[in-house]
Design a protein around this ligand. Structure first.
Ligand SMILES: *Cc1c(COP(=O)(O)O)cnc(C)c1O
Length: 426
């Protein structure tokens, strides 16, 4: 399988090169040149298969030029070391809990797979992985790459704009995990990283890669939990129409679901739930894509005004808005509605939603019919966003453990490219 550049489809690279480079030189994204179909027998026997067996069948065709089955199995077993249960919230509504990994957000899946692939592909030269984060990506990447030989990680996060728990998860690991807080916003961190990745002088000196969701090795494994959810629902809901709602920011998670559907996964309809950062919801209404500056919300991992993976999604549908509308609906949800939903769901069912999952559940209920089965992705543990959850549920017990004293690895830098260069050259 080759991967093409969305901005220059003539340019094709191997899986290995797509992973090591992260981003094409012209900032295009890599996409698989074809999407394999799973055979009928796969679907007939899915409930007899283990998650690892499913994962092997789904992923192998995408990587078979560069990884043998034995290596892939090792990588996948390391990636899938925690469960992704589908939990009934009420009636025909289920929560796909993606927060049982080490950093309590779904990004653990992509980060663990990518770090293991990169560990496999690295040459003798050390690889430096750069990542900009608003919180969850940084902690998942830090955890995924921790102590992997030959890989150094530098995480840039906006000073004062990540939660204490997220900062602890990123800055307490040490070893090969370096962190810098930037005097600026998430967008500034992202700009600095992209500038470094496209700096020829720097690239001549060191091998750089990116761990943001632009990297195809984060996207591919995110298909898996859609398959696992389908498998789990077969017992009670075989043959029923399935609607899946994805709380979205950079649109990596949704794009992975759409690729899974293209492989044959029977999802009737997807819903892209957004918060006040509604660039995609607007696009679905008007057919025009107008990125805007991000605004801060309670579901802050979705505070993205220019979703990177839009380019992939658009490409997957040959830029045909009608075809996109057939598969996807999109709704934007306010902070106010998010708090009300957390409170209402807890009172009705005693299930505690995190703000991202709450956005997803609201959007799901807008279109779900009684004869369908609805799943929303619960993308983070409510503990991770306790300050918001506590606004809605001042009396609920989130079982928070206090953060113990730790040695922080972070340095502070100005929002300035030379400041970034000085730590990279140190
Ligand atoms: C990253 C993140 C999202 C958004 O996912 P995308 O793939 O960027 O659309 C949603 N919820 C949480 C908790 C996240 O960390």
């Amino acid at each position: 399988m080759q991967y093409f550049n969305t901005r220059n489809p003539e340019e094709k690279v191997s899986f290995k090169d797509a992973v090591v480079k992260g981003l094409a030189d012209d900032k295009g994204l890599y996409m698989p040149e074809s999407i394999p179909q799973l055979p009928d027998n796969f679907w007939k026997t899915i409930t007899d298969k283990s998650d690892l067996e499913i994962a092997m069948e789904v992923i192998y065709p995408y990587v078979s030029d560069d990884l043998n089955k034995e290596t892939l199995e090792k990588i996948l077993a390391g990636t899938l070391s925690f469960s992704t249960p589908v939990v009934n919230v009420k009636d025909n509504i289920y929560s796909l809990e993606l927060f049982h990994g080490p950093t309590m957000a779904f990004k653990d899946v992509g980060a663990r797979f990518m770090s293991r692939c990169l560990g496999q592909f690295k040459s003798d030269q050390k690889v430096t992985v750069l990542v900009a984060t608003s919180g969850d990506t940084g902690s998942a990447v830090a955890n995924g790459f921790w102590k992997i030989d030959g890989v150094d990680v530098l995480i840039l996060f906006p000073k004062g704009k990540v939660s204490a728990f997220q900062e602890y998860q990123m800055t307490s690991l040490g070893h090969n995990i370096h962190t810098a807080e930037v005097e600026g916003a998430f967008d500034d961190c992202q700009t600095l990283v992209k500038q470094a990745l496209c700096d020829p002088a720097l690239k001549a000196k060191m091998q750089l890669s990116s761990a943001n969701s632009i990297n195809i090795a984060r996207l591919l494994p995110q298909m898996l939990y859609y398959f696992f959810a389908y498998k789990q629902l077969q017992e009670k809901h075989a043959g029923q129409e399935l609607v899946v709602c994805v709380p979205s920011g950079n649109f990596g998670n949704l794009t992975a679901g759409l690729v899974a559907k293209r492989m044959g996964l029977p999802v009737q309809h997807f819903i892209a739930a957004t918060n006040a950062n509604d660039t995609f919801t607007d696009f679905m209404k008007t057919g025009e894509y107008n990125p805007k500056p991000s605004v801060m919300t309670y579901s802050n991992a979705m505070d993205v005004g220019a979703p990177s993976n839009f380019e992939r999604l658009h490409d997957l549908y040959n830029k045909d808005i009608e075809a996109i509308r057939e598969d996807i609906s999109s709704f934007s949800v306010s902070d106010e509605e998010t708090l009300v939903e957390i409170k209402k769901t807890y009172e009705e069912t005693s299930y505690i939603l995190d703000p991202h999952g709450a956005v997803g559940k609201i959007a799901l209920e807008k279109v779900l019919k009684p004869n369908q089965v609805g799943v929303f992705l619960e993308t983070a543990h409510p503990k991770k966003f306790d300050s918001v959850v506590e606004k809605a549920l001042p009396d609920a017990d989130l079982e928070l453990e206090p953060i113990a004293a730790y040695t922080s690895s972070k340095v502070s830098i100005a929002n300035d490219y030379n400041a970034l260069l000085s730590i990279l050259n140190a």
